[in-house]
Design a binder for this molecule. Structure first.
Ligand SMILES: [Zn+2]
Length: 137
């Protein structure tokens, strides 16, 4: 009884398998077995491609990891301003993109800051504008 059942299962398996598995697939698995194309080398390929992936990801996120000098300058100025505001000061020493190390005035209730030279230039421009307006009017 039992041997008959086993025999039946074996027969069914042997009969159906070649039909179900595509030719290309069985050819490939045969190749892997015969040419030492084993699980280990497949693993190596997966590792290699994942390394390639992470390299791609690294270069994609590089700008965020290495901020630009301008970004660093702004961050440093913001940090210095926040510290100065916390200490009740109205100015701090910061780096201006145009004038280098300068005294910065804190404005807008501690939310903004401006280099005193930039501020002076800005106010000079405004004064010139005002004068021109007055001349025109
Ligand atoms: Zn400036």
């Amino acid at each position: 009884m039992r041997t008959n059942l086993d025999h039946d299962v074996f027969m069914k398996k042997g009969k159906s398998e070649p039909d179900q598995i595509p030719f290309g697939y069985s050819e490939l698995s045969h190749k892997r077995k015969t040419e030492g194309y084993n699980a280990q080398s497949t693993m190596r390929e997966i590792m290699f491609s994942s390394v390639q992936e992470s390299k791609k990801n690294k270069s994609a996120v590089k700008p965020a990891q290495a901020p630009s000098p301008e970004r660093l300058r702004r961050d440093a100025n913001n940090a210095a301003r926040i510290k100065a505001v916390a200490e009740g000061k109205s100015e701090f020493q910061g780096q201006c993109a145009h004038h280098g190390q300068q005294t910065f005035k804190i404005k807008s209730k501690g939310e903004e800051h401006i280099c005193i030279i930039c501020r002076d230039k800005h106010s000079v421009k405004q004064t010139i504008k005002r004068r021109k307006k007055q001349v025109a009017a």
